[in-house]
Design a protein around this ligand. Structure first.
Ligand SMILES: NC(=O)c1ccc[n+]([C@@H]2O[C@H](COP(=O)([O-])OP(=O)(O)OC[C@H]3O[C@@H](n4cnc5c(N)ncnc54)[C@H](OP(=O)(O)O)[C@@H]3O)[C@@H](O)[C@H]2O)c1
Length: 318
């Protein structure tokens, strides 16, 4: 009962005490797995959680592609991996540019991919449009990643047990799915980056559910998670006031990355198709009835993304 109360407080659940409390329920040894011969891609691997996820995968023997928007930074980060760097490869990926997504996937044609972690993300402080005419938050969290998953589907399908993991955010709990708002690319008089971010993270979770429904019965498991609040460069720079207040309570990057690694590697991660996880356990996708989407909104989301990304009718089908 105390656990349920603390979880309901959010603060004492998303923070580091929440992780340590939840970790007491983890199944010992579940992440003591080896992945030699498997290949993983981690987007946004140049910083924070993405780097911690990449390190976790490398430490378990996988080959890891560090998908980064800034190659020079990626190379520096790879150098900092020490002995693990031998199995790490840096490739450029700008998720706000559909052409970059296509080039990245093209370079991997004919390969096998066992794990794809959609981790890259950003909370912007001003309205920005991508070259494809999308608001950048929507492009980076939703359209770019969906196109990438689609283009890499043949590579994922070559794996005996492929995992598609989406790093979302507890920030999505505050909003309902709103397709018009997501694709409204007009400049806003007072840009609300936090709301834009929450909308994109909500949409990412709904998209995961839709992909999972389509690929049920295939070798691919599509899941989403949220990391709680972790001490990363992203939080430090995008939310300086939040960071100053919460710093002593934030999770380490490794703690924030833990559930993504669980979904990517643990045998039980296979049960997560279409589900949303937090601290290695299924979590609710709504805390209030007001955030449940209007009828038809999911189909509208799918149609808009499919049209912009050029997804065929049978995308993600087994
Ligand atoms: N930390 C938390 O408490 C927290 C909480 C909830 C959700 N999350 C989510 O966790 C993920 C990782 O966040 P973080 O806290 O580790 O932040 P971070 O330190 O800022 O890392 C974000 C990563 O995404 C990359 N990225 C940003 N925009 C990109 C783009 N357009 N194309 C390609 N890559 C791009 C960044 O590249 P550069 O290195 O070049 O900037 C960086 O590698 C994000 O999806 C975030 O929303 C984090």
């Amino acid at each position: 009962m105390l656990d349920a109360l603390l979880d309901r407080s959010i603060l004492l659940s998303f923070d580091r005490t929440g992780f340590r409390r939840h970790a007491r329920r983890f199944v010992p040894g579940e992440l003591d797995v080896r992945g030699e011969g498997s290949t993983a891609i981690v987007t946004g691997a140049s910083s924070g959680l993405g780097l911690a996820i990449a390190e976790g995968l490398l430490a378990r023997g996988l080959d890891v592609i560090l998908a980064v928007r800034d190659l020079a930074k990626g190379v520096r980060v790879r150098q900092g991996l020490g002995a693990l760097s031998a199995r790490a490869r840096v490739m450029r990926l700008e998720l706000g540019d559909l052409g970059s997504v296509r080039s990245f996937a093209h370079a991997l044609e004919g390969t096998r991919v066992d794990v794809l972690v959609h981790n890259a993300g950003a909370l912007l402080d001003r309205h920005e449009l991508t070259g494809d005419g999308l608001e950048t938050t929507t492009a980076v969290h939703l359209v770019g990643p969906t196109l990438l998953s689609h283009l890499l589907w043949p590579a994922l399908s070559r794996s005996p047990d492929a995992r598609l993991v989406h790093v979302s955010s507890g920030g999505m709990y505050g909003v309902a799915l709103d397709v018009d708002a997501l694709f409204d690319a007009r400049a806003e008089p007072a840009f609300d980056g936090v709301r834009r971010y929450a909308l994109a993270k909500r949409a990412q979770v709904v998209m995961t559910e839709e992909i999972a429904r389509r690929c049920a019965g295939s070798v691919v498991t599509a899941s989403a998670m949220h990391p709680g609040w972790a001490d990363t460069p992203g939080v430090r720079t995008s939310l300086p006031r939040f960071y100053a207040l919460t710093r002593p309570f934030l999770r380490t990057p490794a703690e924030g990355a833990d559930t993504a690694l669980f979904l990517a590697l643990a045998a039980r991660g296979r049960e997560a198709n279409g589900r949303f996880y937090f601290d290695r356990a299924p979590a609710r996708t709504h805390l209030r009835a007001q955030t449940i989407e209007r009828e038809g909104e999911r189909a509208r989301l799918w149609d808009r993304v499919a049209k912009i990304a050029g997804l065929p009718e049978d995308a993600f089908r087994a």
